[in-house]
Ligand binder design. Structure first.
Ligand code: NAD
Length: 482
């Protein structure tokens, strides 16, 4: 059994109260991934005090030295990609190719923000007289990063890397579902030369650690990705004088217009719905089909749902892994039950209970509900699993009305050959990420990423060049006179 520790004040230490929690492989509950510290408010206080003590020198270090650490971290990831990916699959459940892709993206993020460390700059402003007015940037101090389990290394990397690039200290609280991935990220940064004490890793439940960390006066910024419910709690705790970045849930639509090629539309809808076992904030959750291609697109989505091989993602022939946790499994099963109780029509699987699945893990069959009315709970609430609601609509205008009728606004896609319609969709849709002829999921390395409505508090999107660097720095306006 491997016992893991927090990293606080430059040392690996147990939780002060001695509590621990287990993480098991979601594809095989008999496989214990590790035992981790169940930290409490006392550990949170130590983490804040330790980073506060040590982060000042990091802020004044030559930016090239900070960039060098991030670059080296990227190198280290790429030299051990295979073992890191296997471990990620074992802990989170995503298939090996997706885990490999995630670690690659993490390395790319480190490189991206290594570059940003060298580009952070101020401005000068026109002013009467002989003086000079300029702005200078400095780190906000300590950044608290609270992250989810579904991208347990790439999401933290796009918070931790820009924070470190700009000279901040970091307190990192990974999801309790993926504590080992969080630990690996910190180990790699330390091995790459990050000075001891600039980062603290604190493991445990958000419910125990959120308040003491977020309300600490020493924390200057909180960056969070997770559910809307947790985001609302954090928003209340953070108060008015802390930087706060909240990236939250989605209920992402894919609109298929009648001029679309049905095979292409089905591929885009099914890829968006079922990749990563539907556990992406940008996953397609609703497919809105205009006109008489409805039956054909549904038939082909179902064919794709049927074709998945479900099992342990370490097996290279498997194309869909388990849900990541028991809580996730219960939630997704509950939402399927809600659909059945609401009398929704199942196009796949054709019966409940579902066909036989591998034993010992949190597996579900990709599920396609059809003719789903927009008032259905399934069509309105985030499910976060491989369950898609397909609806028949009369026109683009009705598709848009359905699409925009939910509280979320993260990603949306349209499948059409009509460019002018696609352009008006980009303007009309309530979403921060708009895709034309590609799946809702999958985003660019350096393009702005974030939602609107309940999907984000919309302060400085993630992964957004200068927008990101603005979040992690504050400016002072300096008036110089001779
Ligand atoms: P979650 O909100 O349950 O947990 C996210 C993080 O918040 C975890 O580290 C958790 O420990 C912590 N947390 C929980 N309660 C807390 C509290 N009271 N105070 C402080 N922290 C607390 O979300 P999850 O189940 O880990 O992730 C799934 C959710 O994340 C989905 O809603 C999904 O859409 C969303 N998500 C959004 C994005 C995005 O970029 N918009 C990306 C990935 C996931």
């Amino acid at each position: 059994m491997s016992e893991h520790l927090n990293y606080i004040g430059g040392a690996w230490i147990a939780a002060q109260a001695g509590g621990t929690f287990e993480r098991r492989n979601p594809a095989d509950q008999g496989d214990l991934v590790g035992v981790f510290p169940a930290s409490t408010a006392a550990d949170a206080a130590s983490a804040v005090a330790a980073v506060k003590r040590s982060c000042g020198n990091w802020a004044t270090l030559d930016p090239q030295a900070r960039a060098g650490v991030l670059d080296k971290a990227a190198d280290l990831i790429l030299t051990r990609l295979e073992s890191l990916a296997q471990e990620l699959t074992r802990e989170e459940g995503k298939i090996l190719s997706a885990a490999t892709q995630e670690w690659r993206r993490t390395a790319a993020n480190f490189r991206l923000y290594a570059g940003e460390a060298l580009r952070t700059r101020g401005e000068t402003f026109p002013e009467a007289g002989k003086g000079l007015v300029c702005s200078i940037r400095e780190p906000v101090g300590i950044v608290l990063a609270i992250t989810p389990w579904n991208f347990p290394v790439s999401i933290p990397s796009r918070k931790i890397a820009p924070a470190l690039a700009t000279g901040n200290g970091v307190i990192y609280k990974p999801s309790e579902v993926t504590p080992l991935a969080g630990q690996r990220l910190v180990e790699i940064l330390l091995e790459a030369g990050l000075p001891a004490g600039v980062i603290a890793l604190i493991q445990g439940r958000g419910q125990d650690l959120g308040e003491p960390l977020i309300t600490s006066d020493a924390v200057g910024a909180v960056t969070f990705t997770g559910s809307y419910a947790t985001g609302c709690l954090i928003h209340r705790l953070a108060g008015p004088d802390k930087r706060l970045q909240l990236e939250m849930g989605g209920k992402n639509p894919c609109i298929v217009l009648q001029d679309a090629d049905p095979a292409r539309a089905a591929e885009i809808a099914a890829t968006g719905s079922f990749s990563l076992t539907g556990q992406a904030c940008t996953a397609t959750s609703r497919v809105l089909i205009v006109g008489d291609i409805y039956e054909e697109v549904v038939r082909q989505i179902v064919a794709r749902a049927k074709a998945f091989k479900i099992g342990n993602g370490l097996d290279p022939s498997v194309t869909m892994g388990p849900l990541a946790s028991e809580a996730q499994y219960r939630r997704v099963r509950e939402m399927i039950e809600v659909g059945m109780t609401e009398g929704l029509k199942l196009a796949f699987p054709l019966r409940e209970p579902q066909p036989a699945l591998p034993a010992g893990g949190y597996f579900v069959t990709p599920t396609v509900f059809i003719d789903v009315p927009k008032e259905s709970r399934l069509a309105r609430e985030e499910i976060f699993g491989p369950v898609v609601c397909v609806s028949r609509v009369e026109s683009y205008a009705q598709a848009l009305e359905y699409a925009n009728s939910v509280d979320y606004g993260l990603a949306a896609s349209i499948v059409t050959r009509d460019l002018s319609r696609a352009l008006s969709f980009a303007r009309d849709i309530d979403a921060g990420i708009v895709k034309v002829n590609s799946a809702t999921g999958g985003v660019g390395l350096s393009a702005p990423f974030g939602g609107i409505k309940h999907s984000s508090n919309q302060t400085y999107k993630e992964q957004a060049g200068h927008g990101v660097m603005d979040f992690y720095t504050r400016t002072k306006t300096v008036y110089l006179a001779s």
